[in-house]
Design a binder for this molecule. Sequence first.
Ligand code: NDP
Length: 336
Amino acid sequence: GKVLVTGANGYIAMWVVHTLLEQGYTVRGTVRSESKAKHLSKVFASYSEKLEIVVVPDITKEGAFDEYVKDVDAIEHTASPFHFKAGEPDELIIPAVHGTTRVLESALAHGTRVKRIVVTSSCASVMQVQDTPRKFSEEDWNDAAIAEVREKGRAASQPAKYRASKTLAERAAWDFVAKNKEKLTWELVVLNPPYVFGPAIHEVGAPESLNESMHDWFHSVLKGSKDPKQLSTIGSCWIDVRDLAEAHVLAIKKEEAGSNRIIISEGPWKWQDWIVAAREAGVSPPVSDDSYEPSKAVHHILYDTTKAAKLLGLKYRSIKESTRDSIEDFKARGWL
Ligand code: NDP
């Protein structure tokens, strides 16, 4: 089969492309400019016959994907801004929402072969900031982030702006499907991962240009950027980027996954869990909280992952394995 991957040069998308190619798929990846195609072609040089890169300069433009959906069997829509530097919330919301809608519109109008569309949403569109522990499921929506952004505009917190963009984009996808139900020849699958960590194969020149989640990981775990007091209290849930890529492929393969919103998460962590794993992998993180007792950690945000287990049967890498491989990656880059 042939699969269209949007934002193919991104941290997660590069692993999605890798996994698709390894499993025998032909891939068409979209990037925003010609210069971003180079690294992709280099990394996947051994698959040159199975990989095509096309330039879609503006994913929000009407008909942006019309030409590129015509001969594909499935679409993986990953392109969406993820950073904490937005001024107006619309800087994130417009590309997130319109980018998603354009993909679906093009698929409806021209994707005669398309059977499956996978949208990379996020736990950002599921969770809400908590003072007490709570387990979230696919029933939950982050309406609080939307409310904060509507109320405060530019002054909303950066996480709220990002989370609102993901929630609104995912809502737009499900609304589109509901509105066009009778006409669709494909089914939507939405994947909701929490923090994504693990080695990078996309183009990264320096630690500063790592994608948002690995930038945080690199500096928090290996460069001591966190206050030691926060190491055993601050955390969330996570998934290894390679497992997330596998989930993207399973989401097009598994018949029963169709029309589902699916949370995929290995489990919770505190920064100190990664620091312990880094030490086991042979490096000495500059800050540590050795009083940490994992069994006493209070995790405020947890996810019900029974749906993922049932529909995808995904296996997850451990904190230990992910840390070891990320460190190996950073060592190979000469950063450690
Ligand atoms: P990256 O920043 O590495 O990749 C983002 C991709 O989206 C790039 O291809 C980027 O293109 C593209 N993109 C960003 N802004 C725009 C825009 N305005 N118009 C068109 N394309 C754009 O991030 P990730 O790989 O981490 O993120 C990929 C997806 O996964 C996103 O949808 C993100 O929300 C989601 N996600 C990520 C998590 C994480 O922890 N990393 C957690 C949960 C979900 P360019 O290089 O040209 O900027």
